[in-house]
Design a binder for this molecule. Sequence first.
Ligand code: ADP
Ligand code: MG
Length: 293
Amino acid sequence: MTTVERRFRRGVHWWQKGERRPHRRGADGRAGQHRRPEWGGGGTVRPPPERDATRHDRMMMIELQEVGLHYGGPRSGGAAGDGRPAGGVDVLRGLSFAVPAGGFRWLLGPSGAGKTSLLRLLHAAVRPTQGRLSLLGADIGRASRRELPPLRRSIGMVFQDFRLLPHLSAFDNVALPLRIAGRPEGQIRADVGEMLRWVGLARKTAARPAELSGGEQQRVAIARAVITRPRLLLADEPTGNLDDAQAERLMVLLKEMNRLGTTMVVATHNAALVERHPGPALLLEHGRLLADG
Ligand SMILES: Nc1ncnc2c1ncn2[C@@H]1O[C@H](COP(=O)(O)OP(=O)(O)O)[C@@H](O)[C@H]1O
Ligand SMILES: [Mg+2]
């Protein structure tokens, strides 16, 4: 077990030193154990008595009511006002589901089903063109332009196409969200160094994205998304460029973050990975939600 995994297991969030833990620690020192487990095999965890549930526990981190997303040309809305698209394409239609704080969902569906589009909505990168979307308690359709950037900074995103900044080293790409958050440089140096060691890139900290393989770039993108320990983590095919061993290590990290309170939605094509780590799933097809659970 690596240092990062051990620290996760001890419940010590090295990237969150001095900040409040999301959950009280139990008698054996393990944090978050009163939550209902969403992963198979965690049989000893019982749901909390009602009085123990904090507001944070009860909050819906993600809530969609009849959400639609239309790309491209304008919708018809004239005299008929029937809302049917006049041009462009309805990529997502009639999505209603919720993910509670601390919840986990796989996001499954064939290529072109709308997984990336849904994650863009959940990252507040686009607003729904229909219905109501609430993230971390904020109504995205009604939020002002100024409210969205701070909200987006509290959401971690592993992009399918990585979106690393080409002129920055691996170290500086991972450090960026910590620098934006104003963390002290000494802490950044230690935390980013440890995170890059954990993803197996200790010897590539100075490399720019163009000098890294696809798998290495993906690991930088993962490190950047989790380094601030976001309350909500979205990952778009995060194992697409990883080998089996690396994908398993990533799952250890994600499950431990989830156990400690991070809400997650992870899109994947990797059926073997989902089979090894069964959990509740949102199933998309042609922009519609076929299953939730
Ligand atoms: N910016 C865009 N403009 C128009 N259509 C888009 C855009 N982005 C995605 N689409 C279309 O939306 C559909 C869903 O795409 P996407 O969300 O990327 O699916 P997935 O991630 O499941 O493969 C596809 O048919 C795609 O062509
Ligand atoms: Mg996609």
